[in-house]
Ligand binder design. Structure first.
Ligand code: FES
Length: 140
């Protein structure tokens, strides 16, 4: 089966009122067990910005904790985001998303994708919200 992928919107996370600024530290990358994920929340309990990061070896990928199927959080239990096969799982209706681009490859919303939140890891192993390059200056 061919899945037509609609990439997640890389800007939607910035529109949330409690989105953390670029450079915000999320702790040590290796605090996330290899092949698993961890949720991070910012802002008040009644309206938090919710994101999660999954780690595979040295690679970390961040996404909004909003499923493109019904706009629900993906996890039912704390930090439960992955399958035994190493992909991302929504616990609500069992959609499966690729680790590295968030595209749904099985289940409820094939081809749709999680909205990414850019993250990077500093040389000392700190996971953080990635700095966003400044837009180019307009041509004169
Ligand atoms: S809300 Fe995620 S699969 Fe339905």
């Amino acid at each position: 089966m061919t899945i037509r992928a609609t990439p997640g919107d890389p800007t939607v996370w910035r529109r949330h009122p409690h989105a953390p600024p670029p450079g915000s530290a999320l702790g040590r990358a290796d605090a996330i067990p290899d092949g698993q994920g961890r949720e991070f929340r910012f802002g008040p309990d009644h309206d938090p910005f919710r994101m999660f990061v999954v780690r595979r070896g040295a690679d970390c990928f961040g996404y909004l904790n909003v499923c493109p199927h019904f706009s629900l959080p993906l996890n039912y239990r704390p930090d439960q985001f992955t399958t035994r096969d190493g992909e991302i799982l929504c616990s609500m209706h069992f959609a499966v998303f690729r680790f590295d681009d968030g595209v749904c490859i099985d289940g409820a919303c094939p081809g749709r994708a999680l909205d990414p939140v850019p993250v990077d890891v500093t040389p000392d192993g700190t996971l953080r919200i990635a700095e966003i390059p400044a837009p180019p200056l307009p041509a004169r």
